[in-house]
Design a protein around this ligand. Structure first.
Ligand code: ADP
Ligand code: ZN
Ligand code: ZN
Length: 742
């Protein structure tokens, strides 16, 4: 028998299986996913690797095959099914197998487990009394103190007791030797949730909720596994539906993973799950220490956890019988990894569910085009929740045309309507959220007088202003000089929008001197719980106005917020990115959904220079279907995902000349092997930041209808890159259907 090993060195040339023989002392112990030490390379240097398979024969010269040295102590084996998932991720997204393996390990090594020690009396009451007499006679005071305490209560916490009685370790040892006491130690796995016997009420479901629950139950009960999209407006009760579905799965003795974007993973949300499933719920998040994370995996392995809640990486929780994966806010870009392998949690969840016999439920008020398209194609099953479940009507939305404000002489960041509404809210002691849309900001050039945006004539995405007075297209590399006057109306107010949250805060404090203002952005949330604290304070009505970036869109429910102002709604619209329209629609819809969650009706003001853009119109009308149709027309016309598939090849290197040449050769190679001209090859272009830390960057895009063909192309490129010395100093990454343009 030979073991197939993936060596733990991230280098394309080593990205293959190496065979080792299994020494007799390891026979029968070695399992797939274990970390081992092996002699590697010319010097037979001790190197680590993972077992990914076994085979009965080898293609190599048997006499040259080396022995595995040992299993790495303190290592954590990867479950065999996660090794298989990693292999799929490597193929589907690119990168090396070791990178993929490291992605699916929830924690890298064993951490110290906290121990709880207790001390227990071994004597009967009578024996104990007699022994106590002996100690007292011998004037052994410490021993007597300890024994007396244990006679009161025969088992106590070791640390607590010895401290309280000022008893040294030596005294305890003496009693241990006399077989008077014994020390017990017990591993204590930390529970990250301060679980407070909190019980949540199961509501009477609305007919829409009940429908989704019934269909899921019926199908799950008879073994049908499916991918469901729960498309429900904010506050329509999606979370209640997830919990009911999870309950169904737990009934069958299976487990569930719930993915929630980290920013929305608040105490409130976790408590709702605990209220339903008690301490069988666990969480993972990036603020937890390695020890805490380790404990959660131990609890999972010990069968103490049925529901794991966490961001993207919680997808790899090693449950033995996975029954359901829920992905809340499935449209969120944070579900796509920015590290190789650049996997998407949605696709990877679907893959994991398929191989482990689980179902998947995706939920969103603004589903990704990918998911909605999959419903139309019959690949996912759609459930709709069109009404709010709890209290609260949908708010009234006003679109304020900032071009008109400008013409009327108002050059402030706030429109007249928003100012008036803020005043009225302050009088009524209701709360206000001001949301500054900064997402995807990448220097697009627009006219403040007429809203005109300078776009690439070839790609229909905004050009970006670069230093040195150029405007550049990041898809195709098209360049033109920066304009001084608006090509459409001649105004000189053309340029980039620069206001930040801090400036808005200052302006608001000047305009409304009595108002209590909180600001939430990167600066104010740097501390550990900064984010939660600000939301908590606002929820406790310690402020009238909360100003923030997209961070404020998620998480808490603020029943007293009756006004939401969206400043610079267009900011994300022209971030040179084919997903810009989708992202803008999502942000505006989510932000608007924050208003009027309580008893009084809410109002939303959307300030824009592009009121006629469909993303803004449809968000104002809260019309997802209308938006989907318009956006799909654009994607079809331009051949962008989900209609066609896009593969970005990111190339970086220290020397621009070499990079330039390599990019050119790679493009020629692609054109050569794509004989039938099935693919469209775009670029090489310079990304927005063409140089970082003296490392230059170029991008090639491949576009085609067939994902499989792009995977094949990726594999061919990997081979080509490996055998050509011209790529030696370069670093090349693949990104399928990227979320951002680089
Ligand atoms: P979503 O996840 O779709 O935003 P939630 O599940 O958070 O919606 O529900 C919004 C609010 O409505 C919550 O306070 C929830 O407890 C409440 N709720 C959900 N379903 C019902 C129902 N059927 N009846 C009454 N209240 C409900
Ligand atoms: Zn203009
Ligand atoms: Zn272009």
């Amino acid at each position: 028998m030979y073991a197939d090993i993936i060596i733990d060195i991230t280098h394309e040339k080593l990205d293959k299986i190496f065979q080792y023989s299994i020494p007799s002392e390891l026979e029968g112990m070695l399992k797939i996913g274990m970390e081992v030490a092996v002699p590697f390379g010319r010097g037979n240097k001790e190197t680590r690797g993972y077992v990914v398979g076994f085979s009965g024969q080898t293609d190599y010269d048997e006499s040259k095959i080396k022995d595995i040295m040992c299993i790495v102590e303190d290592s954590i084996a990867i479950e065999a099914k996660l090794v298989a998932l990693a292999a799929w991720m490597k193929e589907y997204y690119g990168g090396t197998m070791i990178q993929a393996l490291k992605t699916v390990i929830p924690i890298k090594k064993q951490e110290k487990v906290q121990e709880k020690r207790s001390i227990r009396l071994l004597l009967s009451e009578e024996e104990g009394r007699w022994q106590l007499e002996v100690f007292l006679q011998k004037n052994q005071k410490a021993r007597a103190r300890l024994l007396a305490a244990l006679l009161d209560q025969p088992e106590q916490d070791y640390n607590f007791l010895t401290k309280k009685l000022h008893v040294t370790r030596a005294v305890v040892r003496a009693l241990e030797e006399q077989k008077i006491v014994v020390l017990d130690s017990e591993k204590v796995l930390r529970n990250p949730i301060g679980y407070r016997n909190y019980q949540s009420q199961i509501p009477d479901y609305t007919p829409e909720q009940q429908h989704a629950i019934d269909i899921f139950r019926e199908e799950y009960g008879c073994g049908v596994r499916n991918i469901y999209l729960l498309y429900g407006i904010t506050g329509s009760g999606k979370t209640e539906v997830y919990m009911e579905m999870i309950a169904e799965v737990l009934k069958e003795g299976k487990q569930a993973i719930v993915l929630i974007p980290e920013i929305a993973l608040t105490y409130q949300t976790v408590m709702r799950f605990c209220g339903r499933f008690g301490d069988r719920v666990s969480i993972l998040n990036s603020r937890m220490s390695p020890g805490e994370r380790y404990d959660q995996m131990e609890r999972v392995k010990a069968g103490e956890v049925d529901v794991m809640i966490g961001p993207r990486s919680a997808l790899f929780t090693p449950f033995p019988k996975l029954g359901l994966i829920v992905i809340d806010e499935e449209h969120e870009t944070s579900y796509k990894s920015e590290q190789v392998p650049r996997y998407h949690a949605r696709e990877t969840a679907i893959r994991r569910a398929e191989t482990e016999g689980a179902s998947v439920v995706l939920g969103s008020a603004t589903p990704s085009l990918e998911s909605f398209y999959a419903c139309k194609e019959g690949k996912f099953k759609l459930f709709e929740l069109k009404t709010r479940a709890g209290s609260g009507e949908l708010p009234d939305v006003y679109v304020e045309d900032m071009r008109k404000e400008m013409r009327a002489g108002n050059r402030s960041i706030l429109s007249d309507r928003l100012k008036l509404l803020i005043e009225s809210r302050l009088e009524k002691r209701e709360q206000i959220m001001l949301f500054l849309n900064r997402r995807g900001y990448a220097g697009f050039v627009s006219c403040r007088a007429c809203g005109y945006v300078v776009k690439c004539p070839h790609c229909d995405v905004a050009l970006s202003a670069h230093r040195g007075g150029k405007m550049v297209c990041h898809y195709c590399g098209h360049e033109e000089p920066q304009v001084r006057n608006c090509p459409s109306c001649g105004s000189q107010y053309i340029g980039g929008f620069k206001a930040g949250t801090q400036q808005i805060e200052e302006l608001v404090m000047r305009q409304f001197p009595g108002a209590r203002v909180l600001r939430m952005d990167m600066d104010t949330t740097r501390t550990k719980d900064g984010h939660e604290k600000i939301l908590e304070a606002f929820a406790g009505e310690e402020a009238d106005i909360l100003i923030g970036t997209q961070m404020i869109v998620k998480g808490h429910d603020f029943p007293n917020v009756t006004l939401v102002g969206i400043l610079a709604a267009d900011m994300s619209l022209f971030s040179n990115d084919y997903r810009a329209g989708e992202r803008t629609f999502q942000l505006l819809t989510q932000a608007a959904g924050r208003a009027g969650r309580g008893k009084s009706k809410g109002e939303v003001v959307i300030q824009t220079y592009n009121p006629e853009h469909y993303s803004i119109e449809m968000a104002a009308a809260q019309d997802y279907d209308g938006f989907y149709e318009a956006e799909m027309n654009y994607r079809v016309l331009m051949g962008y995902p989900p209609v066609e598939q896009l593969l970005a090849v990111l190339m970086t290197g220290p020397e621009e000349g070499i990079l330039e040449t390599a990019a050119k050769y790679l493009k020629e190679f692609i054109l050569r092997i794509d004989k039938n001209k099935i693919l469209k090859v775009i670029g090489p272009a310079s990304p927005y930041v063409a140089k970082v830390n003296d490392v230059y960057r170029r991008i090639l895009y491949l576009k085609g209808a067939d994902y499989g063909l792009l995977v094949e192309m990726k594999n061919r490129m990997e081979q080509y890159i490996e055998i050509n010395s011209g790529f030696r100093t370069l670093w090349i990454q693949f990104d399928f259907n990227p979320m951002n343009i680089f």
